[in-house]
Write a protein that binds this ligand. Structure first.
Ligand code: ITT
Ligand code: NA
Length: 186
């Protein structure tokens, strides 16, 4: 079954391909999409709707890092928290300092649109903590400073593809895949 992922982020596409092994995942380029929503779900729906009809099943995904000691920032603004990944990471570490709670989670919401139906959304969360300094070279975004709970203390950027076992994206996409298989068999 073919699934179109509306994204400009090649890392998201690569991870979705690794995780959705039963599906043929293709990227859909819709150009700039204004992410005007105030929640992950609203922004995921905006992206999915922008690609509606471009594949039998179209999905949009919105995700981000939610840090307790920063009152939930960067959250839905994760991609916009600075000009580069390195500057976004530096900003989180600098704002967090050494006294605030380092507890954090990654959240992903995947929304699917089919035919004329309303969107169906699936959320995935992975709890963890913000590292004292960046570690690891793999992955993307905030991976060098995120230590997942349930791992061995390595950051997502040190875990490489082992990230998939725990990731927010995996958890959201598994929910989507269960629904999509049932949808295809209907
Ligand atoms: P699209 O909107 O085109 O899909 P994007 O990268 O702009 O791509 P988002 O608007 O959903 O995606 O922003 C998500 C940001 O959250 C992303 O750019 C990273 O900074 C961060 N993020 C999300 N998932 C992550 C992950 O698995 N590892 C590290 N950082 C992640
Ligand atoms: Na985006």
């Amino acid at each position: 079954m073919r699934v179109g992922l509306v994204t400009s982020n090649s890392h998201k596409l690569a991870e979705a391909r690794r995780i959705l092994t039963d599906f043929e995942v293709v990227g859909i380029d819709v150009g700039e999409v204004a992410e005007t929503g105030s929640t992950f779900e609203e922004n995921a729906i905006i992206k999915a709707e922008a690609g509606r009809g471009r594949a039998p099943i179209v999905i949009g995904e919105d995700s981000g890092l939610v840090v307790d000691g920063l009152d939930g920032a960067p959250g839905i603004y994760s991609a916009r928290y600075g000009p580069t990944d390195a500057e976004r990471i530096a900003r989180v570490l600098q704002e967090l300092g050494s006294t605030r709670s380092r507890r954090a989670r990654f959240v992903a919401v995947v929304c699917a649109v089919v035919d004329e139906d309303p969107p169906r959304c699936f959320e995935g969360v992975v709890e963890g903590a913000i590292a004292l300094e960046p570690r690891g070279e793999q992955g993307f975004g905030y991976d060098p400073i995120f230590i997942p709970l349930g791992g061995d203390g390595r950051t997502f950027a040190e875990l490489g593809e082992w990230k998939d076992a725990l990731s927010h994206r995996r958890r959201a996409l598994v929910g989507f895949a269960d629904w999509a298989r049932a949808f295809a068999d209907r």
